[in-house]
Structure formats: structure tokens, C-alpha cells
Design a protein around this ligand. Structure first.
Ligand code: NOJ
Length: 739
């Protein structure tokens, strides 16, 4: 039986229909609140003001505040902590804040990236669902659990566009595409914040990392970025703008150097774009010690210089390093800082504390935490969303799904038995024992009717091959083998870049050894980035990409392997054939010499095709779909007009399933060159066997325009191509003209 969407999901779907309209944007501050804030600022000493600009780290493992933090909070010289969490810990420190002279509530932050206690798929995996309701729901559940545990502010979503799979943090975002990334940014902010983040089941979100952090040179974390302003506007800014439009009230300034001005001291991005152009009135927090790091960047000569550069540029709150506090007074005396600048930063932070409702309700109800975390409902949602995130990369001769009455099954690979790895990187307050492994999931599904032979073979590093023979024997003795390979969770995420994105260690040899038995098998991948798996793609009969699927990973994988759920995910990022092709993404420019097999002097490699191993938007299903009858409501529109593109989608196979119908356009001639294809719409459609439905997309000026050479958003007259397809490399084609 196909897993039915739970009532809870349906409720959320309804809820969001009523909240996605922009008239329901996050509540803004009233003139009265602004007056209160100004009155409070007028009472504050310099030390108290600088205290509001400071965030420091609690004890990560326990979630407790440190003795120094109690002292500072009581004195009114610390406004925020990160990693202090748990209802009791939070209320304890908040009591200290209420004992301070001005009783300004403390703000508790934590990295809730893909779940607080109930862990959902890593964000890249969740993006593969192409399901915005799923993203909104997982963020909502994460918010509900976080707030119950006292966390009012999450450092999420990460909305960095990432086109380099060597970069380990590609796992934390929605992948390579600006449109998809913007849609997920919006959905995730809405999931976290709703339309009023003072509610007890919502948290304040943070769009990070502002900006261009995902474009680190050579894919090495923290590395420099050098990107034209026009590319920033067209590619890297839009997901942040979408987050802003969804009501996000904090941004995090990134670690990277951007065009020679580090992002954490970049007045153009922090003030000109964010505040002046976008009218953002929340606050910016530095990424960890990024204020301090202005010194090794070679941008600030000392600590005081770093403080004034960051604060004057628009970084309001300093995380971990304490240069604002240590140098503020001196900087004022030396006229390197003004009181007005400090006051404005304080004002922005207090404004958000007001919007959080902390002044009215500083404490949280301690009875909520235990009842809210990891409920069966949350686990159920995690399981459904995980199944939606899987991408079936290959399935020759319907190798999958497997029959549940299979007699003997081999499961090979250390990742099949690892609770830790399925939780992925940045797993909030997730607990390893909560996680369901693939092995457990399959056992849960099959009960005692199947003999399961589990052999580790090797772990994700796969340096030791001593168990390979045992693995081969298990495969030989069984009717089918599930081979689980990929990366450990620690191989992606922060500070986890790789120069080689093959399967680590000797894993490919393990696959080849199992393949040599000639017995049937399927490869299940767990990984946080695209991998170069050419041999597997060529030779293995079936490949299921499961990313790091979270607490319910094993049950969700078993649902898909045994056909209780049908995979419908699509790649949110290109899988290259070789690291030599990087950066490789579908929406590239055409060049003056696009590839032409008959022309030596066309854009290509001598040793490898230009094409990826698996393209953006690609993914198979256990059923089959056909698209037909593309039609446009009009073939000529005005620059401010819009048009509908419709297509019929038909489930031509024999089981229920989901297809992600994707709309791409190409603006054929532009005053700045335009990509060969750009995603501008998608819809994940669930269809019963034989069912046919019409999907209609509306192309509006927002989708048809781009930022021109003056970085002004324009829809230019001219011809457009439009495709509706099942990936970025296929589709029905049509065209229209903007006149
Ligand atoms: C550094 C990371 O870059 C950022 O994403 C995170 O939110 C902060 N540390 C706080 O943990």
C-alpha cells in the first residue's frame, strides 16, 4: 500500500494555503513598539548596549549556560547565547536576565538545520523532494520542538547556492539552482516562523550565509569568492531575497572574502543591498568569529579595527569573538564609531526580541518540552518526508522494488548499520539511539520471514578489506543483496570539503566483488553531495540515492525498497562524471562556441564529455509518466504580462507515484547573456496508475526577467523558448515572444 499523507500533513497543507499569501507577512513593529525601544535605548549604558550586540557560546554537549554567562546576563552585558537549550537551562539563564537592571530578555539561538530532536533529511536531500509543503512541514516541526526546548532562534535556513560538490556544505542547502533555492528558502522560513514567530510553536529564522559563501574557490570551505555583481544579483542573492520576502528577520554574515571585501565587513551587501534596497529591518549576526577573522583576511589591522569595520558595515551582533565589547568605548572616543551606529544595531536587535514576544513572555512552559519532542506524529512526518527525498537513479529491469516474501537477503555495508550517519551533519539535538538504521528498517518491514545476512564489509572510509570475502559469501548465499555505500555524515558539512568525490576508500572494490557473484543486487547511496559514481552508474542494476535521511531513515528506505512508497525525488544538483568538470550546473551560459562534435574548436574536453553523469532534475520512479500536449495561453505577451503553460501528465505505469513536472525557459537574446535553460516552475504531482492530470504554470514578469548590466530587474522584449519536462535535459518544447 502506498503511504498515505498523514492527516497532520494535510492540516499543514491547509494551514499554509492560508499563510502563503503575502498579506499574512510577519507582523511588523507598531509605532508604539518603536517608541518603547527608543525609550529603552535612552536608559541603557554603553556597556548594556554593547552587551546586546554580543552573543557567546554555551556548553554544546549539555546545553547549559556557563557561569560567566550568568554573571554577564545579570549585569545586562550579554544579550544572546548559542547552544544553550533545554527548557530548564533556558529558563535559568532567562531568570538572570530578569534580575538585570533593565530586564531585557535573553535570546537563545541554536543550529536547527534539519530538525531539533526529530531529524529530517539533510536539506539537500529534502530539496530533492521538490516538495515545498514537505520543507515547510519539517521546518514547522523543527520550530515546534525547538521552541518547546527554549530555543527561539535557529541559524537556518542556509540558502547558499552551491555549484561545487567538493564543498562539504552543499549538504546544508537546496543545491545549485536559484529558482529551486528561492522556493525552498521561502518555504523553510515560513515553516520556521509562520506569520508570527512569537507563537509558542515557531522560531525566528536566519538566512545564511550572506553572501556567496557557497562559491568558495576550489570548493574549499571558508575560501575566497570572486563573483561579479551581476551574478550576485542573478544567481546568489535571490534565495536571500525570497527569505526576506517570507519574513526572515535575521541574516548571518559569511566567512568568505567577497570581491576583496570580506562579507562580514562588506557595507555594500550588508547595508546598501540589505537595508537600503531590500528595506530589511531585522538584524545581522556575524558567523561565529567572522569579525575576528577580518584580521587574518588582511582587511583589519587589529581587533579594534575589525570591530569598527564590521559594525559600521552593518553586522549588528558579534558571535563568539568580543571585539565590539572590548573596543567599543575606545572606538567611540576615537570617533571611529558613533553612538547612532551602536544605537541602531541595538534597536534592530531589540525590535526582533519584541517581535519574538520575549518582553511579554520571557519564560517558556517547561511542561511542553517532553510532550513535544519526537512524538509519533513527528516521526511519521520524518518518515514520509524522507521517502519523498530519495532519488531513484537507475532501475534496470525493475530490479526494485523487492518482494516482501524474499527468502534470503544480504545487506552489506557499514552505513547500513550506522545510527550516527543517517542523522547527517548539523543534527540539532538529535540523539543517535533514536535513529533507525537501514538494517533495522528492513527487519521492521520483513519480520522473521526472511533470513537476513548482514555483513559490514567495511565502514565509509573503507580502508580495511578484510571482510570483503565474507560479504561476497553472503551475497552468493542470498537471493538478493542490498549494498549500502557512500560517505559518513562527517564527510560533508562544515570544514568537510573533498578534492575527490568518488566513493571513499575501497568501496568500489567491494561493489565490484559483489557484482562479480552475478547475483542480483541494488546499491543504496548515503551521502551529502554528488558523487562521481561512473562505474556504478554503468554496471550496477539499481541505484537509490537516500542522502542522510534522518531519524526515520531506515524505515523510509525500507518503505521504498519494498514498494510501500514509490521514489519520486529529483536531483537538486548535477552529478558530474569527474571533478575536472566542476563547476558543472545545468543553467550555464552557452559560450560563443557551444559544443559541436564536428568542430574541434568548440567548447569541450579532450578526455571527457561535457554532459553530467546525472543531470539536475533527474530521477526515476517505479511507475512511468508521459507528458503531452504542451500549450500556451498566448504566444505573445507584454513585458508586464503573464502567460500560462499547461501540459498533461499521465501515469502510464501500473502503480501510484509522483512525478515532478518541471518548467524551464530560455531567453534567447539578452542585454546580458542568459543561461541555456532556467527552471521557472515545478510541481510534484501524485498520480494513481493510469491517472492523467493537467498541470498549469504561470510565467510572470518575476520569472521572465533578470538583472541587467546596471543590476536593474528587467523583462526584455524578445523570443523565449519554454520546455516542460521530467528533468533539465528532456521535455516538450514551445516558444513565445515578449513584445
Ligand atoms: C559556523 C557556521 O558557519 C554557521 O553556519 C553556524 O550557524 C555557526 N557556526 C553557529 O554554530
Amino acid at each position: 500500500m502506498y503511504l498515505k499523507i498523514s492527516k497532520f500533513v494535510a492540516f499543514l497543507t491547509l494551514l499554509s494555503i492560508f499563510t502563503t499569501n503575502s498579506v499574512f507577512a510577519q507582523k511588523r513593529s507598531s509605532a508604539d513598539t518603536e517608541r518603547k525601544i527608543n525609550a529603552l535605548i535612552a536608559k541603557m549604558t554603553l556597556a548594556e548596549k554593547l552587551g546586546q550586540l554580543q552573543q557567546i557560546d554555551g556548553d554544546f554537549p549539555t546545553g547549559a549556560a556557563r557561569p560567566e554567562q550568568f554573571e554577564m546576563v545579570r549585569k545586562g552585558t550579554l544579550g544572546s547565547t548559542l547552544n544553550v537549550r533545554g527548557a530548564k537551562n533556558v529558563n535559568e539563564l532567562q531568570r538572570a536576565a530578569m534580575e538585570s537592571r533593565l530586564k531585557i530578555p535573553h535570546l537563545f539561538a541554536f543550529d536547527v538545520i534539519h530538525g531539533y530532536r526529530t531529524i529530517f533529511p539533510v536539506p539537500l536531500g529534502e530539496a530533492a523532494s521538490f516538495d515545498l509543503k514537505a520543507a515547510e512541514l519539517s521546518a514547522y516541526i523543527a520550530a515546534k520542538e525547538s521552541r518547546a526546548a527554549g530555543v527561539a532562534w535557529t541559524f537556518a535556513p542556509m540558502v547558499d547556492i552551491a555549484r561545487d560538490p567538493r564543498w562539504g556544505r552543499i549538504v546544508e542547502g537546496a543545491g545549485e539552482d536559484t529558482y529551486l533555492g528561492s522556493q525552498f528558502a521561502w518555504a523553510r522560513v515560513r515553516g520556521f516562523q509562520g506569520t508570527d514567530y512569537s507563537q509558542p510553536d515557531r522560531v525566528l529564522a536566519c538566512a545564511k550565509h550572506w553572501v556567496a559563501y557557497g562559491a568558495a574557490q576550489a570548493g574549499r570551505d571558508y575560501s575566497t569568492t570572486d563573483i561579479s555583481e551581476n551574478t550576485l544579483y542573478n544567481v546568489y542573492f535571490p534565495p536571500f531575497k525570497a527569505a526576506k520576502d517570507a519574513g526572515v528577520d535575521t541574516f548571518m554574515s559569511s566567512f568568505n572574502d567577497l570581491n576583496g571585501i570580506p562579507a562580514s565587513a562588506n557595507r555594500w551587501t550588508l547595508t546598501e543591498v540589505l537595508r537600503n534596497q531590500w528595506k530589511f529591518d531585522g538584524f545581522v549576526v556575524s558567523d561565529y568569529t567572522s569579525v575576528m577573522e577580518l584580521i587574518p583576511h588582511g582587511f583589519a589591522k587589529d581587533e579594534a579595527d575589525a570591530a569598527q569595520l564590521a559594525l559600521n558595515a552593518g553586522v549588528d551582533m558579534e558571535m563568539v569573538s568580543r571585539f565590539y565589547n572590548q573596543n567599543g568605548e575606545q572606538l567611540l572616543k576615537n570617533k571611529k564609531l558613533t553612538v547612532a551606529t551602536i544605537d541602531e544595531a541595538v534597536r534592530r536587535i531589540l525590535r526582533v526580541k519584541y517581535r519574538l514576544g520575549l518582553f511579554d513572555k520571557p519564560y517558556i512552559d517547561e511542561s511542553l518540552e517532553a510532550k513535544t519532542l519526537l512524538t509519533p506524529e513527528h516521526r511519521k512526518a520524518a518518515r514520509e518526508i524522507a521517502a519523498k527525498s530519495f532519488v531513484l537513479l537507475k532501475n534496470d529491469n525493475q530490479t526494485l522494488p523487492l518482494r516482501k516474501n524474499i527468502k534470503e537477503l544480504a545487506i552489506i555495508g557499514g552505513l547500513a548499520d550506522s545510527k550516527e550517519d543517517v542523522l547527517g551533519s548539523w543534527n540539532g539535538d538529535g540523539k543517535v539511539p533514536d535513529a533507525v538504521t537501514l538494517l533495522e528498517g528492513v527487519k521492521n518491514k520483513l519480520g522473521n520471514n526472511t533470513k537476513i545476512r548482514y555483513v559490514k564489509g567495511c565502514d565509509a572510509k573503507c580502508e580495511d578489506t578484510s571482510e570483503f570475502d565474507k560479504a561476497v559469501d553472503a551475497a552468493k548465499d542470498s537471493d538478493f543483496t542490498i549494498l549500502v555505500v557512500g560517505e559518513s555524515a562527517a564527510m560533508s558539512g562544515e570544514a568537510s570539503s573533498r578534492s575527490n568525490i568518488d566513493l571513499p576508500g575501497r568501496q568500489l572494490d567491494l561493489i565490484k566483488a559483489v557484482a562479480a557473484t552475478k547475483k542480483p543486487y541494488a546499491v543504496v547511496l548515503m551521502n551529502g553531495r554528488p558523487l562521481t559514481i561512473n562505474w556504478v552508474a554503468e554496471n550496477s542494476p539499481a541505484i537509490l540515492e537516500t542522502w542522510f535521511a534522518g531519524t526515520e531513515a531506515g524505515n523510509a528506505i525500507a518503505d521504498v525498497l519494498f514498494g510501500d512508497a514509490n521514489p519520486g525525488g529529483k536531483l537538486p544538483v548535477t552529478f558530474p562524471r569527474s571533478v575536472g568538470q566542476i563547476p558543472i550546473f545545468y543553467n550555464m551560459m552557452n559560450t560563443g562556441r557551444p559544443f559541436d562534435a564536428s568542430n574541434k574548436y568548440s567548447s569541450k574536453y579532450l578526455d571527457i564529455a561535457n554532459t553530467p553523469l546525472y543531470p539536475f532534475g533527474y530521477g526515476l520512479s517505479y511507475t512511468s509518466f508521459a507528458l503531452s500536449n504542451i500549450r500556451l495561453s498566448s504566444t505573445q505577451i507584454a513585458p508586464n504580462g503573464s502567460l500560462n503553460v499547461s501540459v498533461d501528465v499521465h501515469n502510464t505505469g501500473s502503480r501510484e507515484g509522483a512525478e515532478v513536472v518541471q518548467l524551464y525557459i530560455r531567453d534567447l537574446v539578452g542585454s546580458v547573456t542568459r543561461p541555456v535553460k532556467e527552471l521557472k516552475g515545478f510541481e510534484r504531482v501524485e498520480l494513481r496508475a493510469g491517472e492523467k492530470r493537467t498541470v498549469t504554470f504561470t510565467l510572470k514578469p518575476e520569472q521572465l526577467g533578470f538583472y541587467n548590466a546596471q543590476n536593474k530587474f528587467v523583462v526584455e522584449p524578445g523570443d523565449f523558448k519554454v520546455w516542460v519536462g521530467q528533468s533539465s535535459v528532456d521535455g516538450l518544447e514551445s516558444s513565445f515572444t515578449v513584445k
